[in-house]
Design a protein around this ligand. Sequence first.
Ligand code: ADP
Ligand code: MG
Length: 621
Amino acid sequence: MALLQIAEPGQSTLPHEHKTAVGIDLGTTNSLVATVQSGLPTIIKDANGKSLIPSIVYYGQNNIKVGHDALSYLSTDAKNTIVSVKRFMGHTKSDIQYRESLPYAFDDHSDDIQIKTEQGLKHPIEISSDILKKLKDLAEVSLCGEITGAVITVPAYFDDAQRQATKDAAKLAGLNVLRLINEPTAAAVAYGLDQKKEGTFVIYDLGGGTFDVSILKLHKGIFEVLATNGHPRLGGDDFDQAIVELIKHDNQIAHLSHEDKRALITHAKCLKEKLTNDASAKTVIKLAGGQEISFSLDRDTFFKLTHDLVQKTIQPIRRALNDAQLSIDSIDGIVMVGGATRMMHIQSEIKNFFKKDLLNDLNPDEVVALGAARQAHTLAGNKSDQDLLLLDVTPLSLGVETMGGLVEKIIHRNSTIPIAKAQEFTTYKDGQTAMSIHVLQGERERVSDCRSLANFTLTDIPPMVAGAAKIRVTFQIDADGLLSVAAKELSTNKETSITVKPSYGLSEDQISNMLKQSFEKADEDKKIRALSEAKIEGEQIIIAVRNALDKNGNKLLTQEEITAIQSAIQRLLSALSSDNSDLITEHTKDLNTLTESFAARLMDESVSHALRGKSIDKVNF
Ligand code: ADP
Ligand code: MG
């Protein structure tokens, strides 16, 4: 979801009213918790002074271990040691195609992801909640008290299912979720970019196993996600793997046991991280069989070895720039996020690409949590005049189906949420007592081109002539992106409502596809809309005129007038069978003009007869 910011006219809270809220970066590889202390966002460290908590949970027969304590089980009990659970969030088993390559035993009974562990079946939401619990405990010990709420970050491309799953995990961990915000936006906030007037920023995030690039535009205090791109399986782990392959090659090792493989990866990671500070690094690896491998690596060799991996991040940047229709020159700042961006060749490559200095003076693996902490601080009520409150925007427009299979948009895409908007609709037929409300999401004009979200019927509309009933349809989206729709008949105040999840299950790809199509098809859609509206208007006037002729024609009109009107109806009918909206509009106008005086005479007659609406038919359109 795109994010945007609004300034809150906040007053500073009194010191004794200070509420402790935390920001949490729930990462694929590592997770962190941060808070604002004495006005400064600060990472909360564990008893050993470590800020990064590995996102790993071990489910043993007698105990559950999270973070550093779970690390050692990766090599001894991989089946019960869950890593990268973030990849499973909001997904079903069929979404995870690489399941076979994982060491876990999945439950076969449903398409829901459930991992068989020594502690029973574990759902990704539960596993994430165990990580969140660890962070919550850490914060509470460090801050000596309960925390009032948390802001949790999610990737910008996370859809509603993934966001909802994250929120559920937080609730399960006993956290009060103040808001979910996008990781790139949190990083931008950590660098104070939200304090600028405007600008376009690239957030380059290379973590342990994922690469995300986002382009954010700040305009009039609003942060909007212009484009996201990346690589779901590219990160620091691949650099470790390249070193592992080199060690295997140099020492002519063909096969490794699972434990030895893990040991090699751990050593490779160490070497890689050392090379960030030193020109060369050395290690001695003891394999299970007693063999000892002594290995040293220098920076140049490492850079050459992994040059292709660095290059692999360039293509997604180009695609994101292309999607946002931006050139490199229009980028005002590049924020480096993710532990893997510490590697010097990445820094120099990206700097070269953008021909600009990078924003990299904060710890790249901490920036997301720091930005989240700032937002949590504001949301918890510790507002200051400079603070800004981040709000989400809806990624796609929401509306209802109207006559002719068209969509009337009620909330437009990129509207800030929470939001409530209402629009009045009316009945199509005399005596209509029910109206079906079809809720849709998408940018296109036709129902068939949008995504159907919900359908419900408002009943007991008092029978009236077509167009006399007033039905107010209200769309409301709360701060977490949940939509509810209510329809109310205004003369009786009878109301029906429904709660829907707006983009549940829609991937970012589907969203951008739908947007692309709407831009490409805008012209075609306009024509279709014009034709459909012309047809409805034409058909409605024919129904109305025929009704009036049946009831009062002989009383109020001469035979000649009746014949003239009937042939105008025939001309309009034949125009209606064409797909020519101009022709239909022309003949509709003719019939309108021809019946003007008839309508005036009718007005003089009492219309109460018709208003009583005797034909009561339930219509579902
Ligand atoms: P995620 O967002 O996926 O949870 P992080 O942002 O914590 O991950 O990044 C983890 C990656 O960063 C790991 O591959 C780790 O080895 C790498 N990393 C951390 N510190 C360094 C360093 N000093 N030099 C090189 N890579 C590093
Ligand atoms: Mg991260």
